[in-house]
Design a protein around this ligand. Sequence first.
Ligand code: PEP
Ligand code: MG
Length: 580
Amino acid sequence: MAEVTASRGDESVQPASAGERVVTLTGVGASLGMGIGPAVLVGGEVPEPPDTPFTGDRQAELARCEDALAAVAADLEDRGRRAGGDAQAVLEAQALMARDPDLAQEVIRHVNEGRTAARAVHEAFGTYRALLALAGDYMAARVADLDDIRDRVVARLLGVAAPGMPSLTTRSVLVARDLAPADTALLDPLLVAGFVTEEGGPTSHTAIIARAMNVPAVVACAGATSAIRAGVRLLVDGTAGLIQLEPDEATVAAAQATMTRRAATMSRSSGPGATADGHRVPLLANVGSAADTAAALEAGAEGVGLFRTEFVFLDRTTAPSEDEQVGLYQAVLVGFSGRKVVARVLDAGADKPLAFLGIAAEPNPALGVRGLRALLTAPDVLAAQLRALSAAAAQTGALLEVMAPMVADAADARAFVEAGRAQGLEGPLGVMVEVPSAALRARSILEHADFLSLGTNDLTQYTFAADRQVGSLAAYQNPWHPALLDLVAAAASAGQAAGKPCGVCGEAASTPALACVLVGLGVTSLSMSAGALPMVRTALAAHTLEQCRQAAAAARAATSAAEARAAARASLPALADLGA
Ligand code: PEP
Ligand code: MG
């Protein structure tokens, strides 16, 4: 993950007083690297345009309406062509509505009566909406389509984001309040130069997906959607947590040089993970799809340390059959014959709801029935998944290990291991350490489990009682904090005492300096997004185990995350030269 640069209370936008142009925005860097491109706003709700009288040039206002309607129609047709099939028919029907001459006449009438372009469009669509709603069930269903077109046209006229995920035609920076995993998972990484979100901390799932796509991201950037207009050129610096609006050519050239240097360091990195003095630390990948697997293999991952199986099912409303699961898992496992793959059973709930588990609405989903707790209420789903994973491993030759998310104590660990053995799984069965109670009592958990995997994203969220999705709490979600490092140390030493592995698969493993500290604390493997592997491999190879231990001790002796980071970096002298 990117270094967390914001400190409590300073992660907001630079204030722009009236009339002043905002040039730099500050957030939390959540995916390393830089990207440049025009801003594309990912919309939420489009506001109703106010009915203030229009006294300007009516001809120009009419032309704006005409242009906006035509542009929306063309955009819908273009999306239809690219989607094909049924979607094309629906989108073309929508485009026809936007080109309807009667609708255009109605818009003209409203502008001539003294309304703004946006208000005229709103009113004109309102008339049609009322007619459709009265015209029986089939036509009433078209109301939603009509509202969608209206919102798209009004958004264009007001210069705000159109609803939903836009279709990208050029490499762009996506700017949103927040992004759902289901939105980002379908994006083409080649067309995304960066992400900027107002919400979400460095361990939010937007941040994780940005890292998996190897796209720079700045999250928790308050006010971004109001300060950034569509089309403005942005420079996203995911390392520093900064966004520059309309950067000058010298800044762009300097950023491009940095991107080239970084790419060169990354391309030189290869081989298995080890410190400078040869202490082996397997470097594994976090994956959620077959596409991630390809990237992991290309980045030289030694195996998979976290296969987030729930990502395969996020858009499902019914439970996938066992056979279907075998196929889906095989697609991910296939490149890892003879290598370790740690699959995590479904981690549903909170920000990753899976409709088919039927979890009731809860006041605090992150503290509710999620992860293993949800699976223990649906033992058939768990059993089928365990069997399917086992079958996929047998067919691909991957060395399968399976672990459970959100394990609180030894009783949870035992329930999971028993469920696994009951389905005939013979390989290692482990648990994630994501809840402070599990870190504190790792020793008793290891009486049942074969290994531990520290999920530092949730462990940070639960240690600081700071929701990982809330941007304004991003400064609390800092894995450099000595309190978090103490919990990592507790779990790692329990692993050492039991002679069992204790890895890290949370995003902390992907920050090069923090990865060295984790190794110094005694963790035995590191798993991260493919994009982070080269830098972490290089940072580790540049320091001895003793230096990593000194960095870990210095960080634990600090009293804040910022101090811990500074102290650790002082013990890891090669980082600066590497640009890590
Ligand atoms: C974690 O919590 O650190 C983890 C790896 O799991 P996820 O991010 O998927 O919740
Ligand atoms: Mg987790």
